[in-house]
Write a protein that binds this ligand. Structure first.
Ligand SMILES: *[C@@H]1O[C@H](CO)[C@@H](O)[C@H](O)[C@H]1NC(C)=O
Ligand SMILES: *[C@@H]1O[C@H](CO)[C@@H](O)[C@H](O)[C@H]1NC(C)=O
Ligand SMILES: *[C@@H]1O[C@H](CO)[C@@H](O)[C@H](O)[C@H]1NC(C)=O
Ligand SMILES: *[C@@H]1O[C@H](CO)[C@@H](O)[C@H](O)[C@H]1NC(C)=O
Ligand SMILES: *[C@@H]1O[C@H](CO)[C@@H](O)[C@H](O)[C@H]1NC(C)=O
Ligand SMILES: CC(=O)N[C@H]1CO[C@H](CO)[C@@H](O)[C@@H]1O
Length: 438
């Protein structure tokens, strides 16, 4: 071959290369085809991995909200999901279903569902061990937990389609590590009912670890602490050849943000009584005080002191008289909030010690600690964990979005946006059981 021909072929190759390169630069980046979904007990979210920029985006609704309440409400004419269901809940609590994830795909021992049912304003029916919810609009019917799940997943699918401008048919979804095969199957069924094919189901703690990029770095032992509104879940993950394996799980399904709020609410009720001689009794007053306490709890995660300022209607002298309108205005410090909950905060260490013992691991051998769930924003909780391990937990990712961010990364992998070698990210934990420490 002549030198000129070689150089000509070289030029052609270079030109083709440049055309491809420039094409890539100037064509719009491909749209994500697979979405990542976190169907949580109290909130759910949806995210995508953008192959162009290599970043994860958690999709917001029209009002900029990235977390959708896991509630579905039935009226005579409509089925409402998320925020619309919550808005409706006040008027029709018996037809507004929440916490459905606690029932999905689960077979209950006789009597358990009946006891659970008392905690909810809606009616739970025992159908041969499975939970169903009874709805009474202008007719009476039952719906399954997976149907409730499907309405929430459908809402998030639509949010993603609206945002991306393309139809979506495929998703990756996360489930609690403790879910057995049946619970996983029913979660998939919920997605299928929403018109989604599930390419992979991944464990929530693994997703959270991925949100921190721990699948890409050299770590062996990762401890994930997930403290939500009502439950604490601790998982010990082990990375083996690039894949995560769950080594131990423990938790407390009666410990969470609601309990800390409840202590603060009791404290505030006592203050009202001290100041005015009577506690708040009206339902709306207690509701308003509860909302104010919830806001104060949030503010105390970033500030040392905050104020509560709520109008109340108290029967100051005699129940037969009309209630008097007063303003309850008081200051609460972070220190007071911590003192009220110090005993509860320390209970977090119990399942941590359990997973370390079950995983035969010393706390010094934990490489990274990952925090998930809104309640891990509480500075005192972070401090207790830091003191226990003698090192800082990883907190740079929003604890409410860590799971969905990880699931979206996995969705990006399944959508072909990542090199093949990182496509199998998790070893299933078939025979592992969670230790409950209530
Ligand atoms: C239920 O009520 C809605 C409006 O309130 C009405 O349109 C609908 O026909 C009713 N359905 C039945 C079965 O009565
Ligand atoms: C009830 O459940 C049991 C096991 O969970 C099953 O063997 C049985 O067939 C079920 N009965 C009905 C009527 O579905
Ligand atoms: C879950 O689904 C798979 C695939 O459809 C099926 O083979 C398996 O038997 C199911 N397991 C349970 C416990 O329902
Ligand atoms: C809150 O209080 C701590 C010690 O009590 C102090 O170190 C910190 O600077 C205070 N922060 C603010 C924002 O006032
Ligand atoms: C809580 O913080 C927000 C934003 O920092 C502020 O707007 C709000 O007034 C605070 N509420 C209280 C009760 O301090
Ligand atoms: C404070 C802390 O532990 N940060 C770690 C969080 O996770 C990344 C890995 O993505 C580590 O590099 C940080 O050191």
């Amino acid at each position: 071959m002549m030198a000129g021909e070689i150089s000509m072929i070289g030029s052609v190759i270079l030109a083709l290369f440049l055309a491809g390169y420039l094409g890539q630069q100037y064509l719009p980046p491909p749209k994500p085809k697979v979405i990542g979904m976190d169907l949580g007990t109290t909130f759910c979210s949806v995210g995508v991995f953008h192959p162009g920029g290599g970043e994860v985006e958690v999709i917001a609704d029209e009002e900029g909200r990235k977390s959708v309440p896991s509630a579905v409400s039935f009226t005579n004419t409509a089925v409402l999901s998320g925020h619309e269901a919550v808005d409706q809940a006040h008027g029709s609590p018996q037809n507004t279903i929440y916490d459905a994830k606690r029932f999905i795909g689960k077979i209950f021992e006789p009597g358990v569902l009946e006891r659970e049912s008392v905690r909810y304003p809606f009616k739970i029916i025992n159908n041969n061990g499975s939970a169903e919810f009874e709805i009474s609009t202008n007719h009476t019917f039952t719906v399954s937990p997976e149907f409730i799940g499907s309405r929430l997943l459908l809402k998030m699918k639509k949010m993603a389609e609206l945002h991306l401008g393309v139809p979506i048919h495929k998703a990756v979804i996360s489930v609690p590590a403790e879910f057995d095969e049946r619970q996983r199957n029913f979660t998939i069924r919920a997605a299928n009912l929403a018109g989604l094919e599930i390419l992979r189901v991944i464990n929530e703690p693994t997703a959270a670890a991925m949100a921190y990029g721990l699948h890409k770095v050299d770590v062996f032992n990762v401890l994930v602490v997930d403290l939500g509104g009502g439950t604490l879940d601790v998982s010990l993950l082990n990375k083996q050849g690039g894949m995560f394996l769950t080594r131990a799980m423990a938790g407390n399904n009666k410990l969470g943000g609601q309990d800390f709020s409840q202590h603060l609410l009791q404290f505030m009720t006592e203050r009202v009584t001290q100041e005015f001689g009577v506690p708040p009794k009206l339902k709306e007053d207690i509701h308003r005080l509860r909302q104010a306490v919830e806001a104060a709890k949030l503010n105390l995660t970033v500030k040392n002191t905050t104020r509560i300022n709520v109008p109340l209607h108290l029967h100051l002298s005699d129940d037969s008289e009309a209630p008097k309108n007063i303003i309850f205005n008081t200051e609460i410090t972070r220190k007071q909030f911590e003192e009220l909950n110090e005993d509860l905060f320390h209970k977090i260490l119990t399942p941590i010690e359990t997973v370390l013992a079950e995983g035969h691991l010393d706390k010094g051998e934990v490489d990274e600690i990952v925090l998930v769930g809104g309640s891990t924003r509480i500075p005192r909780i972070r401090k207790i964990i830091t003191e226990f391990f003698g090192k800082e937990p990883n907190t740079s990712v929003d604890p409410d979005l860590a799971v969905v961010i990880g699931v979206a990364i996995q969705a990006g992998i399944m959508g072909g946006s990542w090199p093949l070698q990182v496509s199998a990210i998790e070893i299933p934990n078939r025979h592992l059981r969670k230790t409950n420490l209530n």
